[in-house]
Ligand binder design. Sequence first.
Ligand SMILES: Cc1cc2nc3c(=O)[nH]c(=O)nc-3n(C[C@H](O)[C@H](O)[C@H](O)COP(=O)(O)OP(=O)(O)OC[C@H]3O[C@@H](n4cnc5c(N)ncnc54)[C@H](O)[C@@H]3O)c2cc1C
Length: 300
Amino acid sequence: MKPARPFDDGLRGTIEANASLADFIWFRTGGPAEWLVRPADVADLSAFLGRLDPSVPVLPVGVGSNLIVRDGGVPGIVVRLPKSFAKVSVEPGNRIRAGGAAMGITLASAARDAGIAGLEFMRGIPGTVGGAVRMNAGAYGRDASDILIETTLVLRDGSIETWPAAKLGYSYRHSMLPEGAVVVEALFAGTPGDPAAIGAEMDRIAAEREASQPLRSRTGGSTFKNPDGHKAWALVDAAGCRGLRNGDAQVSEKHTNFLLNLGSASSAEIEALGEEVRRRVAEKSGILLEWEIQRVGNPA
Ligand SMILES: Cc1cc2nc3c(=O)[nH]c(=O)nc-3n(C[C@H](O)[C@H](O)[C@H](O)COP(=O)(O)OP(=O)(O)OC[C@H]3O[C@@H](n4cnc5c(N)ncnc54)[C@H](O)[C@@H]3O)c2cc1C
């Protein structure tokens, strides 16, 4: 049975009831979205959220490369920006404007082609610009907050605002993006660079990732944040968790800060494995790891 509609019609994009998220979330697990909305454009999203009952929760998702969707699914509205939000354009002053659905590799490649250095690290982050702005994604000593000038948001009440990066209260893998706010666009800046050198650095990053991360697996990226002065993977390894399994959920042998779905794991099994790793690490080292993966939705 379809849930009662907490909104009126008039959306120009699409809305789907009980929509599978496991189809595209990297782990390929978890329950459905009560409603999955793909807005046609910014005005459409703004008008939709403006009309939506304020008590209904709104969760934006990108490609789910840092997400556990619990098995009971996500209540309310899940917003997934379609391809029309994935445009990337170069602006004067070594700047690049990208839609919230553009992929990190697209952003990095456009910067390379325009001779803009400093965005190479985005080559290795397999998520969207929206996810990177929200998560303050980073690698090789650089974070999204280092290159972000400003971002355009559609807030939960439907208002459209452009925020300077400083207003996002960035710290390591954290932003103060308000709940339900959707990143629809972001403006980044780099420095002048040689496209060949930028390309070579991107190739180096790609090769290093291939060698060290389970890129072709069902995973959720870095599971835990690196505690101050420590590497999460080393703490997990030292606690004897390399290869640890819970059903079809496993701590990667290749990179111990990655969890894997070997085939038929549930989100509950993956999350329970993560909690077991936290417990063992705390027992061994006295350090309580903090989840980096966002866990959303209800248990089954
Ligand atoms: C193989 C692999 C390697 C990875 N390497 C790195 C790495 O080196 N560094 C790193 O930082 N991360 C890494 N990650 C994690 C992940 O790629 C990043 O966190 C990425 O930024 C998430 O983007 P996403 O579009 O997949 O977001 P999702 O996983 O879909 O969502 C993550 C969070 O962002 C929010 N969100 C997504 N889109 C929007 C939007 N448009 N507006 C507002 N909020 C939004 C969601 O609500 C959620 O809270 C890796 C992941 C994998 C699978």
